[in-house]
Design a protein around this ligand. Sequence first.
Ligand code: AVJ
Length: 318
Amino acid sequence: MTLAATEDLQFMHDMQTALSQTPKSISPKYFYDQAGSALFDRICELPEYYPTRTELTLLQTHAGAMAECMGAHADILEFGAGSLQKIRLLLKAMQQPARYVPMDISGAHLEVASLSLQAEFPNLRVQPLVADYTQDWQLPTALPGAGQRVAFFPGSTIGNFSPAQAHAFFQNCARHLPGGALLLGVDLVKSPDVLHAAYNDAQGVTAAFNLNLLARANRELGCDFEVTQFAHSAFYNAPLQRIEMHLLSLQAQTVHLNGMAYSFAQGETLHTEYSHKFTIAGVQQAALAAGLQAGAYWTDPQHHFGLLWLNIPHTQEH
Ligand code: AVJ
């Protein structure tokens, strides 16, 4: 079976599960088909959406210090092959990076990203890895002679995880990267107004991004979502420190998938994303609970975004 077919089956299965549940909920990883990825790129350019440009500025400003933490000949793994812009800033500052392994569920996306990076860094060993970092993963074997293994997880994508999933993710890092480190980008807790605006932009790009999930299900799974009868809903859940995105049914309606009918009551939602917000101390504590040790961190003057260095201890020999 081809990879695309496997991905389709997984989407079909997960959408079926999503529609059968109460409350209805699906993984945000399904936002990122071609149309969704293009919309996400537009989100990153929006005046209200500060995370991307703040993180890029942090990387620009502190790439030297981060490269110093990495040391020479580091073996870099990136979760998601989203933004080559970010890894490029690090690679340029690093001392002879040994290898770059971008990990992504989308093989097509990975290939495009890898080829363009390889062209830019001809001496770098670029080794794409098709895997789902929201599950468990396997790493390629260590490179002989390489330096520290460093995982890079930018964009506050960790905010999509529940606290339990984030814990499992840290544990996987601890297990697979002993003696290495994790460089983690997180969106920080801030004024609810700033957060609300970032997910309810004036141009409606975030709304289009959210609603594209339904259009994608219609295209790929043969669903019959009436896209105009759903509304984008995004709000800050302050006690739980997270933005929640939902698709809100504007009327009572029925959707079909695979010959099965699923009903939505008026006002019922399909939950599509959590985007958790963090404090530096909170991340360090959560990482420590999985055995990772806090190192340096970098934030902007407004404390909108943070990049944290987390050391992974060598496994204890018994
Ligand atoms: C890529 C998951 C970090 O949570 O801010 C942007 C995705 N969702 N606008 C985020 C997103 C709505 C983004 N992450």
